[in-house]
Design a protein around this ligand. Structure first.
Ligand SMILES: [Mn+2]
Length: 400
């Protein structure tokens, strides 16, 4: 039996203002060809299907087109769970009808844990998947008045482990001979982050200790965008996102994980996804950046290379800036998505402020102003900030 594990598609994501549709389409075509070629029996997607709670029509079209092509392959079991970016109701809307096509969707936590277990077999191989989506605070704990932020985080972490233990228990009772694969969308200790996991990670709050997870045969994890194994164990894995979601992921080799089950034994293998587009960061003087830009060639799939640039000079005048902008507009071999100027003479320039508000996340902006005003961020402030953001997001949802 062969299974593919992927996650963090983030359909509809934009890099600065640029649409990623071509890149997603390229990935889905690649995935479909691998599924046919390798005769894949099951596909697991561990959360963050869409980038936003209310995806655009074109994002939904990409998703449903993919599923439509997928059910024409021999892949008989398709399991999709929600991530922190997904709205439970958006993902669950087609749940009932899609299960007739062997597409199992779990946008959020079901009222009965046993519903999350999907059992399937092929020839002599027998597998059960615990399809657990991203768990929200309300899924895990009741609010206790007067509880400190740390105490609350502690109980969230403990209850998450307890919930997984309970699911494991049920899987042992119902399917004790089956291979057990567990899905999850959370942050484990020791994982390497990039700049695109939309979350504040102060210290170790909200991080799950991988050593405490039940001993499943394989952990198909999502949330972290860099593909990686956890605690040196190839059976606890983040597949990573299929496309780079920020310039910090430009050098990642994106991949999906192939899980091979033979005679009740597992082995895993990365399948590398070819890069659709070159992403590059350049930093230097006007001259150095100009020289680097000249060298860039359109190579992969005729797609325009995208760049992020930092110009670093001792002093920069208005004329130089306007000449540079004009130069960028006339580039034919690549497109500069983002540029900023930095002075090497720290006395003359303040820390550069991002020019456009939409280019900076709420968390980064919060951090920026805190540091600007000299406010030390303790857990109480962070907790209050998070509550406010949560409230705004909920109101936004209700008004949508
Ligand atoms: Mn994600």
């Amino acid at each position: 039996m062969r299974i593919i594990h992927t996650s963090d598609w983030h359909i509809g994501q934009r890099l600065y203002s640029k649409e990623r549709q071509e890149e997603h389409q390229f990935f889905f075509d690649f995935l479909l060809s691998k599924i046919s070629e390798l005769e894949i029996d099951a596909l697991l997607v561990s959360g963050d299907i869409f980038d936003v709670a209310y995806p655009s029509n074109s994002s939904e079209e990409i998703y449903y087109n993919f599923l439509t092509k997928l059910i024409k392959t021999n892949c008989r079991t398709i399991i999709i769970t929600g991530g922190n970016h997904d709205s439970i109701s958006t993902l669950n809307a087609p749940q009932k009808i899609l299960q007739h096509l062997n597409i199992y969707i779990f946008g959020g936590l079901e009222s009965e844990l046993s519903r999350h277990l999907i059992h399937f077999r092929k020839d002599n191989e027998d597998c059960v998947v615990a399809a657990i989506p991203f768990l929200r605070e309300k899924d895990l704990i009741k609010s206790v008045p007067g509880q400190t932020y740390e105490a609350r985080q502690d109980s969230i972490r403990n209850e998450l482990i307890n919930l997984y233990q309970s699911v494991y228990q049920i899987s042992e009772e119902k399917y004790n001979k089956s291979i057990k694969i567990f899905m999850g969308h959370f942050h484990t200790d020791g994982s390497l982050l990039s700049e695109s996991e939309r979350e504040i990670h102060f210290g170790n709050l909200g991080v799950v200790n991988a050593g405490k997870l039940p001993k499943a045969d394989y952990w198909a994890l999502g949330h972290i965008h860099k593909p990686q194994i956890i605690a040196g164990n190839e059976f606890i894995r983040y597949s990573g996102s299929p496309i780079p979601l920020s310039f910090s992921e430009r050098a990642d080799k994106k991949s999906v994980v192939l899980i091979n089950i033979e005679d009740g034994k597992l082995n895993t293998q990365n399948i590398e996804i070819p890069a659709y587009r070159l992403l590059k960061r350049i930093k230097g003087s006007f001259k150095e950046v100009g020289n680097e830009l000249e060298k860039i060639k359109i190579e992969t799939h005729n797609s325009m290379p995208w760049l992020e640039i930092v110009i670093s000079e001792e002093e920069i005048d208005a004329q130089q800036i306007s000449d540079f902008k004009e130069y960028l507009e006339n580039l034919k071999n690549c497109e500069v998505l983002k540029y900023k100027f930095e002075s090497t003479n720290t006395k003359t320039l303040d820390q550069p402020i991002p020019e456009k508000l939409e280019d900076i996340s709420a968390d980064d902006l919060f951090n920026y102003f805190a540091s600007k005003k000299g406010i030390a961020l303790n857990n109480e402030i962070i907790s209050a900030y998070k509550e406010i953001v949560q409230q705004i997001l909920t109101e936004k949802k209700e008004n949508a």
